[in-house]
Design a binder for this molecule. Structure first.
Ligand code: NAP
Length: 332
């Protein structure tokens, strides 16, 4: 089968021909129709991800048709159109993942291929209002944004949310989920064009985080109930000022820096703030997210769709942070 195989750090993503995966019981082989990139794929290519192993077929997001199953009793899955939950072996606790937890696409071969082997419990029937490209855009980013907003920050309708770096894949889902949940959403971005797009989608206001005085320009009266960040840029310390008393600041990535800046500790305890880490999501987070997508007939924000063979071009676009929403790869 054709697959994007990464053979070492900083090597380009190129098509190779490899053997189709062999199945065990409780597994399925999905013929991938579309896959999508995440910042994770970029970090792995750069060698900046834990547990690197080469060669590896990248890709955590995918949608397609079930082609084979590991045992006959599971035959009802064959021919079903599915999307894949890449959050594998989460475990029993809603509070945090188990030690066996891993993400599809490292160490287990991922979705940037004609076929991927996944556990049966990672399969979900594709929402009928979505194309394969739209369905493939959702899993990792949608799940991460879902858990950060709802399971961790406990966002309620009518609350005010700030989504930082709205052009990012996860951030574009945070914007959508929060809007559909009835929140008032403000955004930051490094590019005016992306703020304009967020406003078109329903955001109330936006500022450039590259502007030295960005905080003064986005201070709605009373502040924010929830702030979502995945960059930990220079502006992170401002969130302590911008949050309402009792506010929740959630982060799940560090695109712009390695660590948290110095924070005003007294303000954190005086304002009763919660600073929450979040990672991916549990099986019930994934199911709840899909129910929400079905109920509101949400379509993800897709920046562009590339043929699988152009995966390197797509990851370079991500490197330049040019995208608004998801970079999708069509597999045909
Ligand atoms: N813990 C987890 O489970 C988990 C899951 C998914 C992702 N992540 C991490 O979360 C981060 C985002 O992932 P992604 O897939 O959404 O990546 P992405 O699509 O590449 O988005 C990255 C975005 O970060 C924004 N950004 C860059 N510098 C910023 C700054 N100084 N302040 C605010 N925003 C800034 C940019 O937004 P603009 O384009 O609007 O400027 C950029 O588009 C990555 O670090 C990723 O590894 C973690």
């Amino acid at each position: 089968m054709k697959a994007i195989v990464l053979e070492g750090i900083n090597l380009p993503l190129t098509i190779k021909y490899v053997n189709k995966p062999k199945l065990k019981a409780n597994e399925a082989l999905v013929a991938i129709k579309a896959a999508a990139l995440n910042r994770r794929d970029y970090w792995i290519q750069k060698g900046q991800y834990a547990g690197l192993k080469f060669p590896i077929i990248l890709g955590s997001d995918g949608a397609g048709v079930v082609a084979e199953v590991g045992s006959e009793s599971e035959n009802e899955w064959i021919g079903k159109e599915v999307l894949i939950n890449p959050s594998l072996m989460w475990g029993e606790s809603e509070a945090a993942q188990s030690t066996a937890f891993h993400i599809l696409g490292l160490p287990q071969d991922g979705t940037l291929a004609e076929y991927v082997r996944v556990p049966l419990d990672a399969l979900h029937i594709m929402p009928s209002h979505l194309t394969f490209e739209e369905a493939a855009a959702i899993p990792l980013g949608g799940l991460t944004a879902w858990r950060a907003l709802f399971s961790r920050a406990q966002l309620k309708a009518g609350e005010r949310v700030l989504v930082a770096g709205v052009g990012g894949g996860v951030a574009s889902f945070a914007l959508q989920w929060a809007l559909f949940a009835g929140a008032e959403v403000y955004v930051t971005s490094g590019k005016r064009e992306k703020i304009r797009k967020a406003l078109e989608m329903g955001a109330k206001a936006g500022v450039l985080y590259t502007d030295k005085n960005w905080m003064e320009k986005i201070q709605p009266e009373g502040g924010f109930d929830v702030i979502i960040d995945s960059a930990i840029g220079d502006g992170f310390a401002n969130y302590i000022e911008l949050a309402k008393p009792g506010g929740r600041i959630v982060f799940f990535g560090a695109t712009a820096s390695g660590n948290l800046p110095e924070l005003n500790a007294r303000k954190i305890f005086w304002k009763q703030l919660s600073i929450l880490g979040s990672t991916m999501g549990s099986p019930s987070d994934f199911s709840n997210m899909l129910s929400f997508v079905n109920e509101h007939r949400v379509k993800p924000v897709i920046d562009s769709i590339f043929p699988l063979a152009h995966a390197e071009e797509a990851v370079r676009k991500m490197d330049r942070s040019e995208q608004f929403g998801k970079l999708v790869l069509r597999v045909d």
